[in-house]
Design a binder for this molecule. Structure first.
Ligand SMILES: Cc1cc2nc3c(=O)[nH]c(=O)nc-3n(C[C@H](O)[C@H](O)[C@H](O)COP(=O)(O)OP(=O)(O)OC[C@H]3O[C@@H](n4cnc5c(N)ncnc54)[C@H](O)[C@@H]3O)c2cc1C
Length: 500
């Protein structure tokens, strides 16, 4: 992996926080709140809350924040259900900072978690110990002919724009691209493309700081067990600091098709027909509210050069309705890729979206189970189950393209489906009563899914105990435990999901 490149750039934010000259000591802004008469010294707010003093941390290139305001900013995630106040927030100025602080925390028995964009919804990235802000390291180091070398704090939308200048794109993009590279590589990163796998299937190499404080490079060929444990590994074995991710040529235009259905069986039959042709660049399902029900929307996209536009009649052949009934929209590739980013920007303004409670539900089901599951669940939904800023989504994936074992998906059929109910509350939170109701609902839905072979996609809000995690990993559970023991021997990393 190259460490310098023609395309290197930094955000202003990272520039500010990474200069050694900003620091005389390693610790910034520890507010003194009282005198400890037993210890005979003044103590900070963090110490008063039972946190260690961090007064002997090694010199850092970046900043370690102990003040309440910074810690409070990182105490919640996008779900607004769980709050966990970190004792300290590290804005690293270098990978060495992360390694030093992990070694420090290991020596002092302090738990550590990494924060990407905190778009998880149930405390997955929260911690009462040290929180590492990924975003401080967000350089795109280089863009080559078929890959990019990026820091884990880079957002996919930043890579999308930089790569497009070279006529390239990441092959798999999440629908919302304001997520961090490190965050989605830790969970999976599923897009609307059906046969390219998840974002974790497109990674060539990683740089990782493991739970023993070592900086390590890994890939399919080198330290492959660590590589495997990091991709979709929920931050259990290390902190991803840098990644080389695949890029492919980008076509300049995207044609979107939307077909509407009121009937579950016909929707699935037509979706399977399009998937079986394998000619569209993406096929997925959404639901739109209409009067008292939800209308099924079969969505598809074809990327193209203006000189060779897609043949709608051919691509949409064999469906229950003629191709002419599809609502068809052409857009530039970047406009298409950032469609959800724009919608979310509007929702942030109009609904105060970031502050809404989001008890999200996300589950994988195989081709035998999905149709029946959806036909039972969708008609049972109330307006509160979706909410004003919510959405339902179905992302089909060719099973053989999902190659990373720690992304747990059912194994039995050639196609698997990620089904999401992305609920929001009607009002900004916190709202514990609403959260409790929805958590009970999610658990009920999950149990029904698990009965038919489903697994959770662990970005949502699901109460999951140790036995649930063991069942989720199934025959891979002993392997995951071995990797954890090896790379994070004192179990300090990412306690949020409660796996170990
Ligand atoms: C609006 C919206 C749309 C979304 N759309 C999609 C979608 O289309 N497809 C999809 O797959 N997902 C989607 N998601 C879910 C998303 O992929 C996950 O929530 C993802 O974790 C978010 O990335 P993040 O940068 O916010 O990560 P965070 O939520 O900050 O982190 C996720 C987990 O990974 C850990 N982590 C973060 N960075 C690192 C690192 N560098 N090293 C090790 N561990 C780390 C954290 O501690 C945490 O446990 C969406 C979420 C939102 C809010």
């Amino acid at each position: 992996m190259e460490h310098t490149g023609r395309h290197a750039w930094r955000t202003a934010e990272a520039k500010c926080s990474s200069r050694r000259t900003l620091l005389t000591g390693a610790v910034a802004s520890a507010m003194v709140v009282g005198f400890d008469s037993l210890g005979g010294r003044w103590v900070s707010a963090a110490e008063a809350a039972g946190c260690p003093s961090f007064d002997d941390v090694p010199p850092l290139d970046g900043m370690l924040h102990l003040d309440s305001a910074t810690r409070q900013e990182d105490a919640a995630d996008n779900g607004n259900i769980i709050e966990r106040m970190p004792c300290a927030v590290l804005r690293p100025g270098s990978v060495a900072d992360i390694a030093k602080m992990i070694r420090y925390c290991r020596a002092h028995g302090i738990k550590v978690a990494t924060r990407g964009q905190a778009h998880s919804t149930y405390g997955q990235g929260l911690v009462n110990g040290l929180l590492i802000e990924n975003r401080s390291l967000s350089t795109i180091h280089s863009i080559g002919a078929d890959s990019a070398d990026v820091d884990a704090g880079v957002l996919w939308q930043e890579l999308l724009l930089a790569a497009y200048e070279h006529g390239l794109t990441p092959p798999v993009l999440t629908r919302y691209t304001g997520l961090s590279v490190g965050g989605t590589l830790s969970v999976g990163g599923i897009g609307v493309r059906n046969a390219h796998g998840a974002q974790i299937d497109q990674v060539r190499e990683l740089e990782v700081v493991t739970g023993d404080g070592r900086v390590q490079r890994c890939s399919q060929r080198r330290k492959s067990q660590l590589f495997e444990a990091m991709l979709g590994g929920l931050g259990q074995c290390g902190v991803i600091t840098r990644a080389r991710v695949g890029l492919v040529p980008a076509k300049p235009m995207a044609r979107s098709y939307v077909l509407s259905y009121s009937d579950n069986t016909t929707f699935f039959r037509d979706m399977r027909t399009l998937l079986s042709w394998g000619e569209l660049d993406g096929v997925f399902g959404l639901w739109a509210p209409q009067a008292t029900s939800l209308v099924y929307q079969l969505n598809a996209v074809a990327f193209f050069d203006p000189s060779a536009p897609p043949d709608n009649d051919y691509l949409l052949r064999g469906l229950s309705q003629p191709p002419i009934t599809a609502v068809t929209t052409d857009a530039g590739y970047l406009d298409w890729a950032q469609q959800v980013d724009r919608m979310l920007a509007q929702a942030r303004l109009a609904l105060n979206w970031d502050e809404l409670v989001k008890p999200w539900f996300a589950v994988w089901l195989d081709d035998h189970a999905i149709e029946h599951y959806v036909s039972d669940l969708v008609p049972s939904l109330t307006a509160a189950d979706v909410g004003p800023g919510g959405q339902l989504m179905l992302l089909p994936q060719r099973r053989s393209s999902l190659t990373q074992p720690f992304l747990r998906v059912p194994a039995g059929t050639p196609w698997v489906y990620l089904f999401n109910v992305l609920t929001t509350s009607a009002q900004p939170g916190p709202d514990p009563a609403f959260a409790d109701t929805m958590l009970a609902r999610n658990r009920r839905w999950f149990d029904q899914a698990r009965d038919v072979g489903g697994t959770q996609y662990p970005i949502g809000s699901l109460e999951f105990d140790h036995a649930d995690w063991a069942a989720q990993y199934g025959d891979l559970w002993p392997r995951f435990r071995r990797r954890k023991r090896r790379h994070d021997p004192d179990r300090i990393l990412t306690p949020g999901p409660g796996i170990f």
